[in-house]
Design a protein around this ligand. Structure first.
Ligand SMILES: [Zn+2]
Length: 437
């Protein structure tokens, strides 16, 4: 199946707006032209779907590089608490009652929400591996699913934990399956839910297996400062680095309280930072210093975090919030331009997941695309399409989402997910749990 986007405005590789024709064949973008390819007698129209581009903008798909999809069960469950209280008094007791039968529809619901808002790939840290992988497989979305360790015991060893064999099994079963859509990463939850033996061992294991890693890093001020006390003055970044953990590509979520010396390490080791501006603001954690990180050369992408602390899987919200908060934090309106913000949401996300040739509109790149409806009153007039996209567009302006050239969402219809069913199953599961707590 081929798709020709005809007479369409699109965001080119250099983030300029171009107008023309974009041809998708199988899973890749095969042509970007000014002239109509249909004028060429050699062009076969057979099996080509034509999509007219009037009042639409074609752009690279969005990446959500930090979330916890089964936590969709907790959307709106606990509000007004700081991270520590929220986790210990509300989230952990709720999560203990989640079953695999509940995690599957909750994961599918999360994916439906992401596809609705133009997300083509996500990085997820959680358990319920079979269910998450199944939801990725059947939905057609791309994902880096991470699994690993959260430990409260300072003496516990990775070798003695079931996770080691489970990660191996996961990598064997799922890594690079679904035509490469599904990847497995290894996680260490954070500095505070691990110990040096575990950090070192998981890092080595990831190296052996050739997979990426995922961590939470310096999310709150107390976490960052207490870590220094525990680790002989080392910040969490310096601590992970001292244990060799960054030898493999890593995505570090939050980095709100990282310091300038940390940014040098993150940049030098090629660690990607998942910036979650909405979740960080909502939990009162702070505003991550992404302008400093970007200036230091750190690859920064965007994440929603789980919707228990957001409360959407909507990268358009993160784009807008990131662009505003970068300026508010440093009292400088010139920071995080629309072009930079869009790079965070697209190509930087692809890079963090180890997906080459993705996140940009160019010939040969993966056809992970979204078509945005630009006809809404809030999108007029158009002095600058990128400005409108970052500051005015709504997630619901997404008309169509394609992954590997396949249409997964179009004009109110999900092609691979029965949203009514998964929403009602998730709602029932959520109220069953809430009732007994
Ligand atoms: Zn998280």
């Amino acid at each position: 199946m081929s798709i020709l986007f005809a007479n369409v405005d699109y965001i080119a590789e250099d983030f300029s707006i171009k107008h023309g024709f974009v041809l998708v064949e199988d899973s890749t973008i095969s042509a970007l032209t000014e002239d109509d390819p249909r004028a060429n007698p050699a062009f076969s129209k057979e099996g080509v779907r034509i999509i007219e581009g009037k009042n639409r903008l074609l752009m690279p798909g969005l990446y959500n590089i930090h979330t916890h999809i089964p936590m969709t069960l907790l959307r709106g469950y606990a509000e007004g608490l700081s991270l520590h209280d929220w986790l210990n008094t509300k989230v952990f007791p709720f999560e203990e009652l989640v079953t695999p039968e509940m995690a599957l529809p909750a994961s599918e619901l999360a994916i439906a929400e992401m596809l609705r808002f133009g997300v083509v790939s996500f990085s997820d840290m959680y358990n319920f591996n079979k269910e998450r992988a199944e939801a990725v497989r059947t939905s057609g979305i791309k994902a880096n699913l991470s699994y690993g360790v959260a430990s409260f015991d300072p003496e516990e060893r990775y070798e003695d934990m079931p996770q080691k064999a489970e990660v191996e099994e996961l990598v064997r079963t799922y890594h690079n399956t679904c035509d490469g859509r599904l990847k497995i990463d290894a996680y260490v939850h954070s500095e505070y839910l691990s110990n040096p033996y575990i950090v070192e061992a998981v890092g080595e294991h990831a190296q052996e297996l050739g997979v990426h890693t995922h961590i939470h890093l310096s999310e709150t001020q107390s976490e960052h400062e207490e870590a220094k006390g525990r680790r002989g003055g080392l910040t969490p970044t310096q601590y992970f680095d001292s244990l060799g953990f960054f030898a493999q590509p890593c995505t570090a979520a939050h980095a709100v309280w990282t310091e300038p010396e940390d940014w040098q390490i993150l940049a030098a080791r090629g660690v990607s930072v998942a910036h979650n501006p909405c979740s960080n603001a909502k939990l009162g954690s702070g505003i991550a210093p992404i302008s400093g990180m970007l200036a230091a050369g750190v690859n920064v992408g965007l994440g929603t975090d789980g919707v228990a602390s957001n409360n959407n899987h909507n990268i358009f919200k993160e784009l807008y919030t990131a662009a505003l908060l970068a300026k508010a934090r440093e009292l400088d309106a010139s920071l995080l331009t629309p072009t930079q913000a869009l790079a965070l949401a697209t190509v930087n996300g692809a890079r963090s997941q180890g997906r080459a040739n993705a996140g940009l509109l160019k010939v040969g790149a993966a056809a992970d695309l979204l078509l945005v409806d630009t006809s809404g009153p809030w999108m007029q007039p158009t002095h600058n399409q990128l400005n409108n996209l970052v500051y005015s567009a709504q997630g619901t302006d997404v008309y169509m989402t394609l992954v590997d050239g396949k249409v997964l969402y179009e004009d109110g219809e999900w092609k691979t997910i029965d949203v009514e069913r998964v929403a009602s199953q998730t709602s029932k599961a959520a109220s069953d749990i809430a009732r007994v707590l």
